[in-house]
Design a protein around this ligand. Structure first.
Ligand SMILES: Cc1cc2nc3c(=O)[nH]c(=O)nc-3n(C[C@H](O)[C@H](O)[C@H](O)COP(=O)(O)O)c2cc1C
Length: 230
């Protein structure tokens, strides 16, 4: 299995350790990116990705390595510590660059059979909204199976996390890893993804988005009988 991890932070704290433990338990080829070390460009809002094509993004070459790893993966793990109730700015900066891949624009068909995981840790609270920040992108990219794990670790550093909490993390990461292994190769879009895809298809059919988007949907055959899943 190919696993890509995008860490919304450069350091190896609690969030990193949980994400890495999960990936190790799933097993396979693991590719990791640390943000902003491996990508830290702000979206400049030019809209080129939507209107002219993603290769016209001024950061296209810089982000390409991450994009390719995401495309080639079976499992995408996004993790972030909770910073003021949300994902880190570094994670947001990455996700902003994939707006053009949202289902309403030009989703990649390789997303519709992947599994995704969002992980966040906080001292006390904010995991739900932080995981939502990341899960929104996975869902709208087309990823049909998304696991969410938020953990209040009551610490600012992994070294200060209690043994009891580390045991809970161990049990939870084992359970998620086992589900991912079981589901590998059998993941299909559920009702929610199919419903959203149908709505986006109507929007594209009516020509409500850019000509670039419409040409993409037409080329894929999605305006007719083809679908990005089998
Ligand atoms: C800038 C900043 C903002 C934070 N905001 C929150 C917060 O909103 N809620 C919370 O419970 N913890 C908050 N924390 C604490 C971290 O989320 C928590 O310690 C987390 O486990 C750190 O993960 P890491 O070890 O991977 O860096 C914040 C920490 C920092 C540095």
């Amino acid at each position: 299995m190919k696993i890509v991890i995008c860490h919304g932070q450069n350091h190896k704290g609690s969030t990193y350790h949980i994400a890495r433990a999960l990936a190790d338990k799933i097993g396979g080829e693991i590719t990791e990116f640390f943000l902003p070390r491996d990508f830290g460009e702000y979206c400049v809002g030019c809209g080129n990705c939507f209107m002219k094509g993603e290769e016209k993004c001024p950061h296209y070459d810089k982000i390409r390595r991450i994009t390719e790893a995401i495309d080639e993966s079976d499992v995408i793990i996004l993790d972030s510590p909770v910073y003021v109730y949300h994902a880190t700015g570094a994670m947001k900066v990455l996700l902003d660059h994939y707006g053009y891949r949202w289902m309403v624009h030009r989703p990649s068909e390789n997303m519709f059979h992947k599994q995704g995981v969002v992980i966040s840790t906080a001292a006390g609270a904010g995991m739900k909204s932080t995981n939502q920040d990341m899960a929104d992108s996975l869902f709208f990219w087309g990823v049909p199976k998304i696991y969410r794990y938020g953990k209040a670790v009551a610490a600012l550093r992994w070294e200060d996390v209690s043994d009891k909490t580390k045991e809970e993390i161990d049990r939870k990461t084992s359970a998620i890893a086992s589900s991912i292994q079981k589901n590998h190769g059998f993941v299909k879009p559920g009702l929610k993804t199919r419903l959203y895809f149908a709505i986006m298809r109507q929007i594209q059919k009516k020509g409500m988005m850019s000509p670039q988007d419409r040409a993409y949907w037409s080329r894929k055959g999605w305006l007719e009988k083809e679908r990005p899943w089998k």
